[in-house]
Design a binder for this molecule. Structure first.
Ligand SMILES: [Zn+2]
Length: 219
């Protein structure tokens, strides 16, 4: 049995013994019938943000494939040994050039490049630049978790099954942002005018429709 999820065209030999008797034996695993080795292909974790300010929602324009030029939410894949919250803070810093927790607190000068690990300011977000999860960051971001949807992500001939988690973040002011990394442009759109058909991935479309479609928007 071969499914696109396994990237079967590439996975032809057992990683343990090198034999070619290596086959997909379920939608999420390979089995080597020679040595018994099993390789599991679990869903990859990803996280993104619904960033709102003054009635608008922030959308990104994808710089690269898959779906280059289409709209997306800021965010990305979770690294190994990283928390969901830390991944979101990192991705927003990489794609938007913003310290999102400082922005949530109303700071207008939210450039992550201005953060000093030795700052003594009580409102400083210097701890956010550290790899360990601070209590401040954890409590701030977990309070706005919305939910998750599965997604299928095609990248360079391989299909990845993902689970995408979403946080809603309401900012008191629109911070200075700079598109970078996987993002070519940033767009603020009124929450009532979200172009659902131009959203690149089904998971983002699903959460946006859950939160902002006219039939379900309770805000
Ligand atoms: Zn083997």
């Amino acid at each position: 049995m071969a499914t696109p999820t396994h990237g079967s065209a590439l996975m032809q030999y057992c990683p343990a013994c090198g034999h070619c008797a290596f086959r997909a034996n379920s939608p999420k695993s390979f089995l080597c019938s020679r040595c018994g080795f099993i390789l599991y292909m679990n869903a990859a974790a990803a996280v993104a943000a619904l960033i709102e300010s003054n009635g608008d929602l922030l959308l990104t324009v994808r710089a690269h494939n898959p779906s280059a030029g289409m709209l997306d939410l800021p965010g990305g894949f979770v690294d190994h040994q990283e928390t969901i919250e830390a991944a979101l803070v990192r991705e927003l810093r990489e794609e938007l050039g913003v310290d999102i927790v400082a922005a949530m607190m109303g700071d207008r000068s939210t450039s992550p490049h201005s953060l000093s690990p030795h700052s003594t300011s009580p409102r400083s977000s210097s701890s956010l630049s550290q790899t360990n999860t601070s209590t401040h960051k954890y409590t701030t971001l977990t309070s706005c978790y919305v939910g998750s949807y599965p997604n299928t992500y095609h990248y360079r001939g391989i299909t990845y099954e993902t689970v995408d988690m979403f946080y809603q973040i309401v900012l008191p002011h629109k911070p200075d942002l700079q598109a970078d990394d996987d993002v070519s442009d940033l767009i603020w759109v009124p929450k009532q005018e979200i172009p659902f058909d131009d959203i690149a991935f089904s998971s983002a479309r699903d959460i946006l429709q859950q939160c902002y479609s006219s039939s379900t928007d309770a805000r």
